[in-house]
Design a protein around this ligand. Structure first.
Ligand code: GDP
Ligand code: IMO
Ligand code: MG
Length: 436
């Protein structure tokens, strides 16, 4: 059977964790394929909120195998902390979690380098989460990195020291303080902890699943507008956040990709620096931020807010081959009497485009908005797609036509139960997905 991919279509934080957790019972395997602890995926059920950084969002569902794929960068210290934090929930993590031996390790010095590079950029900062993501992927591409499988070899410490030497030289160049004593102690304790887990060639696990009747859901991190190739470069992350990233990040052939679930907020947010054509600097923006509780799940930073951007969405749907859309945080827009959507960008010479060009970084694209009547009513007790307010159904219908893709899930709150699935939508096994 093919594997389905779920990924963010904006600048991250679209609600991927919530939906992966919601859909997980329909799958046998959930696999992360890129990114690392820069991700913060929030899940909420039974009155408890969980934020996962390294561990796939299928972890709370029993029987599901969770894989940290080869495309991921893993910080053993954050991993250990996250696992210990989950200890109270009686999960069979040791049995159900598998980590690719080919995943790259984030070293304490990668994290320091991330800080040093950001500091050196001055007002051109990317707004990195400073978790060491960029420097670790840099070492991977430079063929210098250490991988999870290396921790099993007798000369791991030598390999570590060799890379450490190179990192220290760069930190010296940047004149960046490098006090490693505690960090290294924690790192090596976490490495011993990591050794007790299932360290595997996960590409075989995934392809064995594909060749049997098992189902796999690939969980993206970040979002397509943060993709290293297609995002708003250089204000991006350092991995391939797209559907294609699931192929390289898990070892899956393109022909084995099935559904591509594109998840987007009913508006836009961005944390960190970089262009954001529909960003709001007025009362509407602060209302969105407050109502949507738009503060980063990893760093706690306030998220910038703005109206939905259709040229950007069309672009990310195109580059990912999205087959179904999931629309999140619709409840947040219930506070507005009128809702705006950017349909085009206007250029300096007055021409309008509905494409997301490379030069978007120059900030010379003025958004052109279409205004919709808001539904302006609480969605709290709505559980059925057809029972959504007429103004919201009109709005969804407009989006589906403009984006040429069906909206099959509408999320109306952070809790697992606040998820409305469209009647009659078919899952991978041909069954109808109802409310779980
Ligand atoms: P992710 O990184 O894509 O998993 O998203 P985050 O967890 O970083 O951010 C999404 C935030 O929105 C979290 O705080 C979720 O609990 C919350 N959330 C998800 N879906 C909804 C929704 O439909 N409505 C509201 N109000 N909050 C939601
Ligand atoms: P999830 O998976 C939102 C942003 C950072 C910064 C840029 C580069 O929770 O959606 P990095 O630490 O990767 O070098 O930062 O990317 N960023 C995210 N923004 N959600 C995320 O992940 C993000 N991961 C990175 O804020 O602008
Ligand atoms: Mg997040």
């Amino acid at each position: 059977m093919s594997i389905d991919v779920l990924l963010g279509l904006q600048w991250g934080d679209e609600g991927k964790g919530k939906i992966v957790d919601y859909l997980a019972p329909k799958y046998d395997v959930v696999a992360r394929f890129q990114g690392g602890p820069n991700a913060g995926h929030t899940l909420e059920f039974d009155g408890i909120k969980h934020v996962l950084h390294q561990i796939p969002s299928g972890v709370f569902r029993p029987q599901i195998k969770n894989i940290i794929g080869n495309g991921v960068v893993l910080d053993p210290v954050i991993f250990k902390k996250e696992i210990l934090g989950l200890g109270q929930y009686n999960l069979e993590i040791k049995k159900n979690l598998f980590i690719s031996k080919k995943a790259q390790l984030i070293l304490p010095t990668h994290q320091l380098l991330d800080e040093a590079y950001e500091e050196a950029k001055g007002d051109k900062k990317i707004g990195s989460t400073k978790k060491g993501i960029g420097p670790t992927y840099q070492d991977k591409i430079a063929r210098l990195g250490l991988r999870v499988g290396d921790i099993l070899s007798a000369d791991f410490k030598d390999k570590y020291n060799e890379l450490l030497k190179a990192h220290i030289a760069i930190l010296k160049f940047y004149n960046y303080p490098c006090d490693l004593e505690t960090k290294e102690r924690d790192f090596f304790e976490a490495i011993d902890f990591l050794k007790k887990f299932n360290l595997v060639d996960s590409e075989y696990m995934i392809n064995d699943a594909i060749n049997s009747d098992a189902t796999v859901l690939a969980e993206g991190a970040q979002g397509s507008l943060l993709d290293v190739d297609f995002g708003s470069y250089p204000f991006v992350t350092s991995s391939s956040t797209m559907a294609a990233g699931a192929c390289t990040g898990l070892g899956v052939a393109p022909k084995n990709i099935g559904e591509v679930f594109g998840i987007f907020k009913a508006y836009c947010t961005r944390v960190g620096s970089g262009p954001f054509p529909t960003e709001l600097f007025d009362e509407a923006g602060s209302m969105m931020q407050k109502e949507g509780n738009e503060f980063g799940a990893t760093t706690g930073r306030p998220r910038r807010c703005g109206w939905l951007d259709l040229p950007a969405l069309k672009y990310t749907i195109m580059i990912n081959g999205v087959t179904q859309l999931f629309m999140m945080k619709v409840d947040v827009l219930s506070i507005f009497k009128e809702i705006k959507v950017c349909t085009h960008y206007e250029l300096k010479d007055g021409t309008c485009i509905d494409r997301f060009p490379c030069e978007i970084t120059n900030g010379k694209f003025k958004p052109v908005f279409k205004t919709f009547r808001g539904w302006h009513t609480s969605l709290e007790n709505v559980y059925d797609f057809d029972a959504l307010p007429a103004a919201l159904l009109d709005y969804i219908s407009f989006l589906e036509k403009a984006l040429k893709t069906p909206v099959n899930i509408v999320s109306v709150g952070p809790d697992r139960t606040q998820t409305i699935i469209r009647n009659g939508v078919l899952g991978e096994r041909g069954e109808v997905w109802g409310v779980i």
